[in-house]
Ligand binder design. Structure first.
Ligand code: ATP
Length: 151
């Protein structure tokens, strides 16, 4: 057995919420993997960015909307394997920092081509439709936090 290389990656993402006229919280999800996986917008933290600025940028790029951070939700960690530039399989450990964002403006139909779709979901629908258990956990925490920020 050879030594195995591990790459550590850091991403940030955001749960954007708004409230319908009848008082129900909705959150924005994006569809990836040919539209089969609904997930929370996120992406790699780039050079010169903070976790917070990445979360705001990814929500805008992937989700098509602008939001302001009101709270930190939690961080999530997972492993996956993806080749490096030479094609060699590389084990990667990803940490994702999730923030809660209050919706300001914009339209999810303006999402970028990196994702297959972007839509508002009732928070309970969102909790049901996401594929990754960590997304579910983040949305459940967001659901608990949102009432603090309803004005
Ligand atoms: P980023 O959005 O951070 O730029 P990416 O789109 O390149 O990253 P990931 O979304 O991290 O990559 O996906 C890499 C692999 O990890 C895929 O196989 C994906 O199915 C899996 N994956 C993505 N999110 C999770 C999660 N929350 N829990 C477990 N596995 C996940």
């Amino acid at each position: 057995m050879g030594r195995s290389k591990v790459l550590f990656e850091y991403s940030a993402g955001g749960v954007v919420f708004r409230v319908t006229p009848d008082g129900k919280p909705e959150v924005l999800l994006v569809a990836v993997k040919d539209g089969e996986v609904w997930t929370i917008p996120k992406g790699l933290i780039e050079k010169g960015e903070t976790k917070e600025s990445t979360a705001i940028r990814e929500v805008q790029e992937e989700g098509g909307v602008r939001g302001e951070i009101v709270d930190f939700i939690d961080k999530v960690e997972y492993w996956y394997v993806w080749p490096d530039e030479s094609g060699e399989k590389l084990k990667r450990h990803k940490t994702v920092y999730y923030y809660l964002l209050k919706y300001l403006e914009g339209d999810p139909s303006k999402h970028d081509f990196e994702v297959n779709d972007a839509k508002w979901f009732d928070i309970d629908e969102a909790i049901k439709i996401v594929k990754y258990p960590s997304d579910r956990k983040i949305l459940e925490k967001a659901k608990e936090l949102i009432p603090k920020y309803l004005s």
